[in-house]
Design a protein around this ligand. Structure first.
Ligand code: G1P
Length: 304
């Protein structure tokens, strides 16, 4: 059984400055839960119990979040706030979490390479914190199920509109391998191609199952897009030079890309609307806001 996952969380988060000057972008909340907790919970719900988070300078808040909070728990117990206490205790027992520091920001591929010794000779999952997936079967579990059948690296992909393709790794695939048409063989991969050069509209999202052969490839990978060592380039070596099969899997579920402010806001909004304690009042507020904006626009057009 696949039991290990690597979660890279060392990025500087420059797209969210100034909030990320002193707090990790992985701790940005979706209402009241930090993004990285969703990712860790997905890994755990997929059967993973050994998690390696790759951190760097200024990321201590992540370690504190998954640690035991003795004073807080003591105070919650004293105040008989048992619901909050249960949740806080649950977070510190989610999984066996280890932290490895990436000393220089050399890219996603390099961050994964930092986990080489801990991962050893097992296949492992990678979950990127910028992507949150809501689905009946956790996205990582869907990939693990495919891995059990193929015993090869599997990348989660989805169709991406042309104006977004330059933000992702993109795969060139062979014909679908399964009856339901969700699994493809990967022929080639390109990191953040120009729109006119993208080999397909299948963009990589941040969920992978990787075989340990990826580490040799990462060691051979030269800096690519953004002068960083890219995981996509290492996967290209894995399938081209090492002739190991790599598959792309169109997962079932809804993906939210938290990589920029607008998408983070939309996700926060959707998460709030899925909560019974917030939905009604939030909708009332939005409705009022829309009316106000429409009224303003009308005033402007009347004075034109
Ligand atoms: C990374 C990967 C890219 C992938 C994306 C998914 O890019 O390099 O291949 O499509 O995550 O979110 P980043 O968003 O870190 O620039």
């Amino acid at each position: 059984m696949l039991k290990k996952a690597v979660i890279p969380a060392a990025g500087l988060g420059t797209r969210f400055l100034p909030i990320t000057k002193n707090s990790p972008k992985e701790m940005l909340p979706l209402v009241d839960k930090p993004a990285i907790q969703y990712v860790v919970e997905e890994a755990v719900a997929s059967g993973i119990d050994d998690i390696i988070i790759i951190t760097g300078r200024g990321k201590r808040a992540i370690e504190d979040h998954f640690d035991k909070a003795f004073e807080l728990e003591w105070t919650l117990r004293l105040n008989n706030n048992l619901e909050a206490l249960e949740e806080i205790e649950r977070i510190s027992h989610l999984a066996d979490i280890h932290y490895i520091r990436q000393k220089e920001p050399l890219g996603l591929g390099h961050a994964i390479l930092c986990a080489k010794k801990h991962v050893g000779d097992d296949a492992f999952a990678v979950l990127l914190g910028d992507d949150i997936v809501f689905s009946d079967v956790p996205c990582t579990k869907q990939l693990i199920d495919q891995y059990e059948k193929q015993r090869a690296s599997i990348i989660a992909v989805e169709h991406v509109p042309p104006d977004r393709i330059e933000s992702y790794g993109v795969v060139k695939v062979t014909d679908a391998k399964t009856e339901d048409g969700h699994l493809y063989g990967v022929e080639d991969l390109v990191e953040k191609p120009k729109r006119e050069e993208a080999p397909s509209d299948l963009g990589i999202l941040g969920r992978y199952i990787l075989t340990p052969g990826i580490f040799d490839c990462l060691e051979q990978t030269k800096p690519g897009v953004g002068n960083e060592i890219q995981l996509t380039d290492a996967l290209r070596l894995l399938t081209k030079n090492n002739e190991q099969a790599v598959y792309a899997y169109e997962f079932n579920g809804r993906r939210y890309d938290l990589g920029n402010k607008l998408e983070w806001l939309k996700t926060t909004f959707d998460v709030a609307l899925s909560r019974a304690d917030l939905k009604e009042e939030l909708l009332r507020h939005i409705k009022k806001k829309i009316e106000e904006v429409e009224q303003e626009n009308k005033l402007f057009s009347d004075t034109d």
